[in-house]
Design a protein around this ligand. Structure first.
Ligand code: ZN
Length: 422
């Protein structure tokens, strides 16, 4: 691969090269892997050039070299997690579907103080960072995770999650969320590297009026909103014909019968609610998506976030990823929370997908964990090694230097070192 350096170095002459990082392999993600590659950066970590080491070295013979022994990748993007649930690690049993899993969350969470929840969120965020995560799409009912992100210096998007129960209790979930945000800002500084977005929890847990208001409020935003979609067959059954396990739970919560049954599939329902009026939302899970759902996701260019370990824990099945690829959908990866995944490392998600779908090229998983996540979240400076980007660079040690992509996706716990912070 030829180094793409001329334009950036001559047109932006003020960007003086400050670091020269090289390794046996460089994965730019926007082009083929480079054997004996290098990355040239300015002092702030913005990339000036990527290409064969010898060619960049020829232009800058005296620049000190930071030599790595593994594979260079951009920092990863965890497009779906819930730091506020980190205290539930290992506490929620799975295998019986989403309604049974979800009923445990509130019950278990009530046993912990806010301090315990915060400490667990900070620990989880540190693990994510140490495993190479540059940014997250974090979902929270409270703003607790924003402080955890700030504590660790992890950026991304905070999705303030709205449920129908909040709307029912306060009369206006969006106004209540804004009150919560203002109260937070009176005591804390909002981290500059974290964007704020409203987000519905799911189509079964929020009524159509609240969903419409959230999509209307977020339509003009730079970043997308996000929601759990087609995670479980009970959701699809409720939406289509008012059956499944959610019916009894919603009745207990005094949700009017039929108000969550539009008689449509999840994506057709989203379309009817104005979900695609602006930047398309992140479609998290899509385990039970139909061909109609995939066609609508493609039509609206909506990315899918895969959280395979969570899906296996809760419902014992994975989404039809080959069908997603055949439909041309953009893919990102998420860990979901520690209530359904053992840690917040994307390498566990990558290794799970690679072993369950051995016919899919490893580059697909590496792309979903980096560039796919950046595109889905609208974090354009991240996710690839290319001039003008500032993605952070990690070195990942890999067991097989001859086929590094395959080796990378086969190791759920590779050794990782941050070479350049994002
Ligand atoms: Zn989730």
């Amino acid at each position: 691969m030829a180094p793409d350096m001329g334009s950036s170095l001559t047109a932006k002459g003020c960007m003086a090269p400050g670091r020269f990082v090289s390794a046996p392999w460089v994965f730019p993600l926007v082009g083929p892997a480079v054997r004996e590659g290098a990355v040239l950066l300015d002092a702030e970590g913005t990339i000036l050039a990527v290409g064969p080491r010898a060619e960049i070295r020829f232009v800058y013979p005296s620049l000190p070299e930071d030599r790595a022994e593994g594979v260079l990748l951009p920092g990863l993007l965890n497009a779906h997690t819930h730091l506020e649930l980190s205290v539930l690690r290992g506490r929620l049993s799975g295998g019986e579907g989403l309604p049974a899993w979800a009923m445990q969350v509130g019950r278990e969470l009530a046993g912990f103080s806010m301090e315990q929840r915060f400490d667990a969120a900070v620990r989880a965020a540190r693990v994510a960072r140490d495993k190479g995560t540059a940014a997250v799409g974090d979902v929270g009912n409270t703003l607790l995770a924003v402080c955890a992100l700030a504590e660790v210096g992890l950026g991304g998007i905070f999705f303030h999650e709205m449920l129908g129960s909040r709307d029912a209790a306060t009369g206006d979930a969006l106004a209540d969320a804004e009150r919560e945000r203002r109260m937070f800002l009176e005591c804390e500084e909002w981290p500059a590297n974290v964007a704020y977005m409203l987000a519905p929890h799911a189509l079964y847990s929020a009524g159509p009026d609240l969903l419409r208001r959230i999509f209307a409020a977020t339509a003009a935003c730079t970043h997308p909103t996000s929601l759990h979609v087609a995670e479980d067959q009970d959701e699809v059954a409720l939406l289509r014909d008012g059956t499944g396990h959610w019916v009894e739970i919603l009745t207990r919560l005094q949700v009017p019968s039929g108000s969550r049954t539009p008689g449509l599939g999840p994506l057709a329902y989203l379309e009817s609610l104005g979900a695609f009026a602006g930047r398309p939302p992140l479609l998290v899970h899509m385990v039970c998506a139909s061909a109609e759902d995939l066609a609508l996701a493609r039509q609206h260019n909506a990315p899918v976030v895969l959280c395979p370990r969570s899906n296996l824990h809760i419902g014992g099945r994975l989404p039809d990823v080959p069908a997603f690829l055949a439909a041309g959908l953009g893919l990102a990866l998420g860990t979901d929370s520690l209530g359904s995944a053992p840690d917040l490392s994307l390498w566990g998600e990558i290794a799970t997908l690679a072993s369950r779908f051995p016919d899919i090229a490893p580059e697909i998983w590496l792309g979903a964990a980096t560039l796919g996540g950046a595109q889905a979240l609208g974090l354009d400076a991240l996710g690839s090694l290319a001039p003008g980007k500032r993605p952070g660079i990690i070195e990942v040690r890999c067991a097989d230097d001859r086929d590094p992509a395959r080796a990378l996706v086969s190791d759920p716990e590779p050794a990782i070192r941050w070479l350049v912070e994002p």
